[in-house]
Ligand binder design. Structure first.
Ligand code: CU1
Length: 204
């Protein structure tokens, strides 16, 4: 009995030490990040509910810090819509986007998923993603600049992207069509997917 209690408290001590060392230093200590997963046929976007693989352009995934459950996004734009919500902004969620230098715009391959926080983003280019204008993501700055010189826009780091950037290039027509698209799908996806981390109002 005592022995068991001793080993339980020993285990507890180890846990406390691990927890403390994970918190100390401010740096991300080596807590294993979940690896990216495949975006399967039929997977729906966490924000808009559309079937992700039906659309061109870079896609994204997020693993929440808290439960490590995966959220998948039809576009980098939608990932930022979610990520820039107050409840997600300062969290250490693990995020992935496609490196568009490694894969085709029209059907990005999941072997090209890279750390979204390290990526370079071209905002305001002439290439569209699932929801119209999107952010073209690249692991190398040179690739982002090459894309920009071909397709326009400007290059931002992850931390520089703001909600205003997400509406860059989005005309009132685009926004209108977006709503029409949703309505013709006959479902209110925001309600369908309602949970604690849903964007409250992505368009306003
Ligand atoms: Cu979406």
């Amino acid at each position: 009995m005592n022995r068991m209690r001793a080993s339980v408290s020993w285990l507890f001590a180890v846990c406390v030490i691990l927890a403390l060392s994970a918190c100390s230093g401010g740096e991300e200590v080596a807590i294993a990040k979940p690896a990216p997963v495949h975006i399967e046929q039929g997977d729906e976007c966490h924000v808009c509910g559309m079937v992700i693989t039906n659309f061109p352009g870079p896609k994204a995934e997020a693993f929440k810090e808290r439960d490590q459950a995966v959220r998948k996004f039809c576009s980098t734009r939608e990932m930022f819509v979610w990520m820039l919500q107050p409840e997600n902004r300062d969290r250490n969620h693990t995020l992935y986007v496609h490196d568009m230098a490694q894969t085709e715009w029209d059907s990005p391959d999941d072997t090209a998923l890279i750390d979204a926080r390290e990526a370079f983003y071209v905002v305001g280019s002439d290439k569209n993603g699932a929801m119209g204008p999107t952010l073209a993501s690249f692991s190398a700055e040179a690739d982002a600049h090459a894309f920009m010189s071909q397709h326009g826009g400007h290059v931002l780091r992850f931390d520089e992207v703001t909600l205003e950037d997400l509406n860059t290039g989005m005309s009132m027509d685009d926004m209108h069509n977006m709503h029409d698209d949703r309505n013709t799908h006959g479902m209110d996806h925001e309600m369908q997917h309602a949970d604690d981390d849903m964007p409250h109002s992505m368009d306003h």
